[in-house]
Design a protein around this ligand. Structure first.
Ligand code: ME8
Length: 504
């Protein structure tokens, strides 16, 4: 089995304040990184900021400072967000770093050597907000298909021979059916490529905030060529052959649906042309609306992730974002639904199970995991052995990025444990049959240990509170440890409440 795993978030334009869309891409990617680590993989998880291009240059001009000074300030907001989200990223790339410039220039030279670049003149429409070129027939009512303003651009430009790669791309999609997920989005990409690819303008001359083209410094590289290259910069393309060998190609690029075309058409074409291996999967997630409305600065309904986490807690927000919508679909953020999920799934189902089992055991079993003397009934056995099946289900679901379904598997386990405790009513056996009471509590504590291990990638802080209170050693928190069982006599710590209920 290939034991390395490389996962990326999009790199964010630091000119905007971090919003929930950014937090969502990052939380999901962090989930995969944590999951794979617990599964025993050597994980490289990358995030960062996309600091060149006209959009950033204009934002700096508006602040009356030079672009470098500007990005030095604003990229900190994204580093702060990464910390606040407690991301487990191994690297944070900024495209203004020298390592990235070197990597872009190497890729450019490789593309040039292989005959994929030529000099000509671009005339057409450009949307600064999307940092994308559009032809006349793509415009809708004089605007980009995204609704962004466009401006007419006419300037000398280098082109990438994208049109030469159309058939290779279509063959690649055909042979790698899961390269783009979800399938509906893949179909959109395939029709776009089938409709005919034109060569892509990959340099600009009318401004200079970017990576200079090697041997012709009048041109700077198109910001998307520069940005996409971040994924190979950080994995060592021009700096560390060993690292590159270990981690490239990436296993998973997590992106929003609006930037799928760049990742699923341009990026693989650049890589093919440079004779580099292609990423294994690009997964496009959907967009969030806020209480049914499109999120936009002009409406003023942008969701600030910092405030959201301050108000509700990080694990609560992580849980909601992953559970609320099937990954890949659009979702609606609603405070009412968030509060409902916190109260019902987290505080009631998970919180109560944990609280009642551990408090009761601490009180009645001398603060230790009780003895079971191997006297398990078939029902007991079901509760503690179902984990093999559950783990297999979860691993399969993760391979196709069905995150919300994984949570459903875990919550079925939680609800089975709650049913079991109600049926077995250990509190009634305190004076009549302590031995049986002990077996029941043992099974419940074991089930909670399993739940704690499974929950780590989803709600890391809560999972560590659960595992700490069962004195589970840090080395025994991987999925491999699920084949063992908790030992009798292990110290139990009195639990603190996991999730306070929220008043609507
Ligand atoms: O696109 N719901 O950066 P960016 C969910 N620099 N996701 C949303 C969203 C919403 N309402 N709004 C935005 C860029 N996003 C480039 C990427 S990668 C080589 C370069 C997501 O800061 C959006 O889909 O504009 C995208 O994935 C991410 O926020 C970053 O957007």
């Amino acid at each position: 089995m290939d034991k390395n795993f490389y996962i990326t978030t999009p790199i964010y334009y630091p000119s905007a304040k971090p919003h929930m869309g950014h937090a969502y891409s990052s939380i999901v990617a962090d989930f995969f990184a944590r999951f794979k680590r617990i599964q025993g993989y050597n994980v490289f998880f990358l995030t960062g900021t996309d600091e060149h291009g006209q959009k950033v240059e204009i934002a700096a001009k508006n602040k009356k400072i030079n672009p470098l000074e500007f990005v030095n300030q604003v990229s900190k907001n994204f580093e702060k967000l990464s910390n606040l989200l407690n991301l487990s990223n191994n690297d944070f790339i900024r495209t203004t770093e020298n390592r990235h410039k070197a990597s872009c220039q190497k890729l450019w030279s490789d593309l040039e050597k292989s005959g994929n670049i030529y000099l000509d003149k671009y005339s057409g429409w450009y949307s600064v907000r999307d940092e994308a070129f559009f032809s006349e027939n793509e415009l809708l009512n004089g605007k980009a298909p995204t609704g962004a303003d466009v401006e007419w651009v006419e300037e000398p430009s280098y082109f990438f021979r994208l049109s030469n790669w159309q058939d290779e791309l279509l063959n690649f999609y055909e042979e790698n059916k899961d390269f783009i997920l979800p399938i509906t989005r893949k179909n959109e990409v395939v029709s776009f490529v089938k409709s005919g690819l034109k060569d892509l303008s990959i340099s600009r001359t009318s401004f200079n905030w970017g990576v200079p083209v090697p041997n012709n410094e009048k041109h700077i590289m198109y910001v998307w060529l520069d940005a996409l290259t971040n994924y190979i910069t950080a994995s060592g393309y021009s700096s560390d052959a060993n690292k590159f060998e270990t981690f490239w190609p990436a296993d998973l690029h997590v992106v929003g649906k609006d930037i799928l075309r760049f990742h699923a058409v341009y990026w693989p074409a650049f890589l093919m042309a440079a004779k580099l291996p292609l990423p294994k999967r690009v997964f496009a997630h959907g967009w969030w609306t806020n209480e049914g409305e499109k999120i936009s600065k002009s409406i003023g309904n942008v969701i600030d992730p910092v405030k959201l986490i301050e108000d509700f807690g990080l694990d609560q927000v992580r849980y909601f974002l992953i559970r609320e919508v099937p990954f890949g679909n659009d979702g609606d953020f609603s405070k009412k639904n968030l509060i409902q999920r916190i109260n019902s799934d987290l505080a009631n189902s998970l919180g109560n199970l944990f609280q009642r089992v551990i408090s009761f055991s601490v009180k009645n079993c001398d603060e230790k995991v009780p003895n079971h003397e191997n006297k398990f009934t078939p029902k007991d056995q079901d509760l503690i052995d179902s984990i093999n099946l559950e783990l297999n289900q979860i691993k399969k679901l993760i391979e196709i990025q069905k995150l919300d379904d994984c949570l459903k598997v875990i919550w079925t386990k939680i609800s089975n444990s709650n049913k079991y405790i109600d049926e077995q009513a250990p509190w009634n056996l305190k004076t009549t049959d302590q031995k049986r009471m002990n077996v029941i509590l043992y099974c419940l504590i074991e089930s909670i240990r399993q739940i704690g291990i499974l929950l780590q990638p989803f709600v890391p802080d809560t999972a560590s509170k659960i595992l700490d209170s069962l004195s589970v050693d840090n080395k025994e928190r991987s999925f491999a440890s699920l084949k063992d069982k908790i030992k009798t006599g292990v110290f139990l710590k009195k639990p603190n409440q996991l999730f306070p209920r929220i008043n609507e």
